[in-house]
Design a protein around this ligand. Structure first.
Ligand SMILES: Nc1ncnc2c1ncn2[C@@H]1O[C@H](COP(=O)(O)OP(=O)(O)O)[C@@H](O)[C@H]1O
Ligand SMILES: [Mg+2]
Length: 241
C-alpha cells in the first residue's frame, strides 16, 4: 500500500464521478483499490469487490462514527457487478505516512497512538451495531477459505471492550500541520473488540512505514504498558486473517 509514483490509469467510473473536476491519484492498496483526490475537495475510492468488506458497509460505519468523531463525510456510494466506489468530502490534514511525516517518525507515531486512544475513548461501545470480535473475524476468514490455526481460536480474555478502528495502521490517521492527529479514515471494518486488536496492528504497522524501533513509542503514546501476550496474539490473528 503506498502513495502511487507511477502513472495511474483512471477508471471511466472515476472520471464520471469527478464530473469535470481534476483528479490526482493519492493511494493504491494491495487489493487493486485506488483513491483519488478531486480538484473540488472530494476523495473517490474505487476498488474491485471483495469478500471481506464493502464500501456500502464502510459508508454505514462512517455515518455512524461521524456522530462522535471526525471521519470523512459520505457524499455518495455505489457499485456495479465488479467494482464499488465511495465518495467522501476531503478532510483537512495529511496521512501520517505523507513524506513530511515519514521524515518525522517520532511526531507521526505519537499522533497515531494518541489518535487511536481518542477514537477508543470517544466511540460508544453500547451503541455500536458492528462487530469485529475474534469469532466474527475467524468466520469472515473462513468465508474467504482461510482457515485459522487452532491456537488462535482461543483469544486472551478481553482487557477493554471498545469500538475498534479495525485497520488502525498508520496511513489511516490524518495529521494537522503541527503534527497532531486530526481525523480517522478507512473504517470499512470498524466494530467492537478488545482494544489490543487495534493497538497490536497500529504498533506493528510503524515498522512497515517508519522502520524498526517505534512499536513501543506508539503504545506509550496510546497510554498503556505493553501487554506482550495480547500484542502477540492479535498480531498473529491479523497476519492469519
Ligand atoms: N475524506 C478524506 N479526506 C482526506 N484524506 C482522505 C479521505 N479519504 C481518503 N483519504 C486519504 O486517502 C488514503 C486512502 O484512503 P483509505 O480509505 O485509507 O483507502 P484504503 O482502503 O485503500 O487504504 C488515506 O490514507 C488518506 O490519506
Ligand atoms: Mg487506508
Amino acid at each position: 500500500m503506498s502513495i502511487p509514483v507511477d502513472p495511474v490509469a483512471v477508471p471511466d467510473r472515476v472520471v464520471a464521478l469527478a464530473g469535470g473536476a481534476g483528479l490526482e491519484p493519492v493511494w493504491r492498496n494491495d487489493y487493486g483499490g485506488l483513491t483519488f483526490r478531486t480538484g473540488d475537495s472530494r476523495y473517490i475510492k474505487f476498488a474491485p469487490r471483495n469478500e471481506e468488506s464493502t464500501f456500502a458497509g464502510e459508508a454505514t460505519r462512517l455515518q455512524w462514527a461521524g456522530r462522535y468523531v471526525r471521519v470523512p463525510p459520505v457524499l455518495e456510494v455505489g457499485g456495479d457487478d465488479t467494482h464499488e466506489w465511495l465518495v467522501t468530502k476531503a478532510l483537512p490534514g495529511e496521512s501520517a505516512v505523507a513524506p513530511r511525516w515519514i521524515a518525522a517518525p517520532s511526531t507521526a507515531v505519537r499522533a497515531v497512538g494518541e489518535g487511536l486512544r481518542a477514537l477508543h475513548d470517544a466511540l460508544p461501545v453500547t451503541d455500536c451495531p458492528f462487530d469485529w470480535g475474534v469469532a466474527s473475524r475467524i468466520a469472515s476468514a473462513a468465508r474467504r477459505d482461510i482457515r485459522v490455526a487452532d491456537a488462535l481460536r482461543e483469544p486472551p480474555p478481553i482487557d477493554r471492550f471498545v469500538v475498534c478502528h479495525a485497520d488502525a495502521c498508520c496511513p489511516n490517521t490524518l495529521l494537522d500541520d503541527d503534527g497532531r492527529w486530526t481525523a480517522h479514515v478507512d473504517l470499512g471494518l470498524l466494530g467492537t473488540g478488545d482494544r489490543w486488536a487495534d493497538i497490536a496492528v497500529a504498533s506493528m504497522s510503524t515498522e512497515w512505514n517508519y522502520g524498526p524501533g517505534w512499536e513501543d513509542a506508539l503504545i506509550e503514546a496510546y497510554g498503556v504498558e505493553p501487554d506482550r501476550e495480547r500484542l502477540s496474539y492479535y498480531r498473529e490473528l491479523w497476519n492469519a486473517t
